[in-house]
Write a protein that binds this ligand. Sequence first.
Ligand SMILES: Nc1ncnc2c1ncn2[C@@H]1O[C@H](COP(=O)(O)OP(=O)(O)OP(=O)(O)O)[C@@H](O)[C@H]1O
Length: 256
Amino acid sequence: MSQLLEIENATLKFGGVVAVNDLSFSVKEGEVYAIVGPNGAGKSTVFNLISRFYDPYAGALRFDGQNLLARSADAVADLGIARTFQNIELFDHATVLQNLLVGRHRHRRTNMVQEMLFTPKVRREEERHRAAVEDVIDFLDLQPYRDKMIAGLPYGVRKVVELGRALASGPRLLLLDEPASGLSVEETQDMRWWIDDIRKQMGITVLMVEHDMGLVSGVSDRVLALADGAKLAEGTPAQVQSDPAVIEAYLGTGVV
Ligand SMILES: Nc1ncnc2c1ncn2[C@@H]1O[C@H](COP(=O)(O)OP(=O)(O)OP(=O)(O)O)[C@@H](O)[C@H]1O
């Protein structure tokens, strides 16, 4: 498997706080790779670096061999990197279908005049986007909710819709920020199947930050344990969970 994402000696400081400290890791095409670590370890900051919300103080970031640092946040999405957020970010007063169509935004190839005139090209594009979104709705069993407003939906369903919005963009790399947080045991189990299927059926590479070690062990090929912004351990879930440095660092946090 080739490397899809490479982080090389990345460092990011907020004032005097070193949030990410000379961190290197890579994610192979087709794998599920999880980042774990106690609160404040730097997990979200790593995601924000990859999404290009932050510039690193030093280091290199590459996606499929291309320099990510030469691109803006929008351009990163165009490369095929999609993400979900720890605090779900959806349009509350729009339907599930409308939110998923927003996920298709990067594929729009028509201009505003064409859209106002609703030319045949616009109509064909629209049909293509709808078909892609309907596939995601079927895949995630969202049919009962497709015309419902986000605001009225239970938290667990909103979480699946957010996953759907990211999938609708047709990514090569999916960044999941705490996919199981706030979910019940059953919903977490469903999330595990979705992630498995996303990798196996859709061939999408997944990088996730997650506290639930049951989910991490269940779906991940490899795990990176972070502490104070630096790599503590990397390996299979079993290797990382039994690593003495990890046990020592997490002792009493209830994470491992
Ligand atoms: N925008 C910011 N400004 C200043 N400091 C920040 C900012 N974002 C993060 N930090 C600091 O950087 C460090 C890493 O934070 P980060 O949010 O990446 O950790 P995390 O591992 O994602 O934690 P959690 O599990 O609580 O989400 C922490 O010390 C945090 O206080």
